[in-house]
Ligand binder design. Structure first.
Ligand SMILES: Cc1cc2nc3c(=O)[nH]c(=O)nc-3n(C[C@H](O)[C@H](O)[C@H](O)COP(=O)(O)OP(=O)(O)OC[C@H]3O[C@@H](n4cnc5c(N)ncnc54)[C@H](O)[C@@H]3O)c2cc1C
Length: 435
């Protein structure tokens, strides 16, 4: 049994693990009938990357770059390569990943299997929109090249397919050309939820990257206030390259209790909102602090203590976005719990090839909750009611508790997807939502 965990530290499950090292080797599927599940770098928050009483096929050992064409920006790599490794290699050559989540410590396989999105969703869609092909290894030994032209149905099922269709061993990505590793950014303080929507509408037209931090404990007229961040890749010669990589801090201990409570949350949210005194500030950020502020404190998830935490990310269609987000934020503020980092963004209309892809045109909200047992789960159920009524959905990559009924309503193509699951593959998430 191994100590593999997801990022939220909840649930903690017993499972075996086998490390994958060679992409041309067969899958080590156990003879005793136990199910298997690929594991990337465990940056999913809940149980979608876990397989209780089964076997994890740990893909981090598939960590080689295979080929790169600096003229076209086409990169081929093994699926256990981290985005951090890709960026270290391509940024000095004037290229960038087309889509990145809020951490660079995810594998290419994990990014495809959750069809991750980033601050440029309104322009670029999801990660899967930029994958031209991948090689999928199935438990019967079949090795399938999947692309929009070959094994098309399996291509669509595997993008956002939660690791259930086989192991992606290698992939080909289309990168994005950049003139500088810096982002020319602006932060704007806003006072109401309506102002967030107005800012988003104008910013999404002119800026490649947009997102807002929200004070999740503010109420009344201040409900939904926050700081809006927008930026574009800077032009050439904009700034001097940082010479020394800043040393990363590390959260040292797994405490038995959570440091996140009503008092620390309220103090942090107030301070953060008021720290920007001017309405608007311009700055050039090196790409790492702009895209990955949380990566500067390694192991920050430990501050939630041994019971872990639950992340909740929902998306609500445009026509209900304002009303549903208001109701969700009110329910959170009333509960007096929430997180240091609450993120609100508008998704764009780009469609992903993925059958179970999470984003939809509308607004998405993401935040963490310390795991306080029943009250936390009850609050999340109350948030689900709003999301379901608005025709929205909750992100499986962040989930450890949604009901099967909710899952099937959020993702109506689940039965079409189910036909593509490899019969030896399963996950704790999948068994939970299929019960
Ligand atoms: C700080 C932080 C910020 C984040 N921000 C965002 C964000 O902005 N947007 C967003 O979309 N997500 C975000 N996430 C979530 C994260 O991007 C996803 O959960 C991502 O899929 C994790 O990748 P991983 O390599 O760690 O994979 P894991 O978490 O280990 O696995 C994820 C899924 O991929 C499958 N999988 C892994 N490798 C393979 C493979 N080789 N073949 C087939 N299936 C495989 C697993 O079975 C599992 O279902 C964030 C997470 C953190 C911790």
């Amino acid at each position: 049994m191994t100590a593999y965990q997801s990022w939220g530290g909840y649930p903690k499950l017993a499972q075996q693990a086998r490390l994958l090292r060679w992409r041309d080797a067969e899958l080590p599927v156990p003879g005793d009938g136990l199910s298997v599940l690929p594991f990337g770098n465990g940056r999913s928050y809940g149980d979608s990357c876990l397989n209780e009483n089964g076997v994890l096929l740990v893909a981090r050992g598939l960590d080689r770059l295979i080929a790169f064409d600096p003229a076209t920006g086409i990169l081929r790599c093994e699926a256990g390569v981290l985005l951090a490794d890709i960026l270290r290699f391509i940024v000095p050559q004037g290229w960038f990943v087309p889509v990145t989540p809020g951490t660079q410590y995810v594998t290419v396989g994990g990014a495809i299997a959750n069809d991750v999105h980033g601050k440029n969703h309104h322009r670029a869609g999801t990660f899967g929109c930029h994958v031209s092909r991948f090689e999928l290894l199935r438990s019967d030994g079949a090795r399938l090249v999947c692309s929009p032209a070959e094994n098309q149905a399996l291509f669509g099922a595997t993008i956002g397919g939660l690791g259930l269709t086989g192991v992606i061993v290698a992939a080909e990505l289309k990168l994005k050309r950049i003139a500088s590793p810096f982002i020319a950014a602006e932060t704007i303080r806003f006072d109401t939820l309506d102002q967030f929507f107005e800012l988003s509408e104008t910013s999404d037209r002119a800026y490649e990257y947009t997102v807002a931090w929200i004070d999740c404990l503010s109420r009344g007229r201040a409900l939904g206030r926050g700081i809006y961040l927008r930026g574009n890749h800077a032009g050439p010669f904009c700034c001097a390259q940082p010479k020394i990589a800043r040393r990363k801090l590390s959260f040292p201990l797994q405490l038995p209790f959570s440091l996140v409570n009503g008092l620390t949350l309220q103090a942090f949210n107030r301070l953060y909102y008021h720290k920007q005194r001017q309405r608007s500030l311009h700055a050039n950020f090196y790409y790492q602090p702009f895209f990955y502020p949380l990566d500067s404190i390694l192991g920050w998830n430990r501050m939630y203590g041994s019971k872990g935490f639950l992340q909740y990310q929902c998306a609500v269609p445009t026509r209900h976005a304002r009303g549903a987000m208001r109701e969700i934020l009110e329910r959170i503020a009333r509960s007096r719990t929430g997180s240091f980092l609450t993120v609100l963004k508008l998704f764009g209309a780009a469609t992903s090839p993925g059958l179970l892809s999470f984003p939809l045109p509308g607004a998405t909200l993401a935040l963490d909750f310390p795991n306080r047992g029943a009250p936390t789960f009850e609050l999340l159920n109350r948030l689900d009611e709003v999301v379901l009524a608005a025709g929205g959905r909750v992100y499986p990559a962040k989930d450890a508790r949604m009901s099967g009924d909710s899952f099937r309503r959020y993702f109506p193509r689940w039965s079409e997807f189910r036909r593509h699951i490899d019969p030896r593959f399963s996950s704790s998430f999948w068994r939970r939502v299929m019960e």
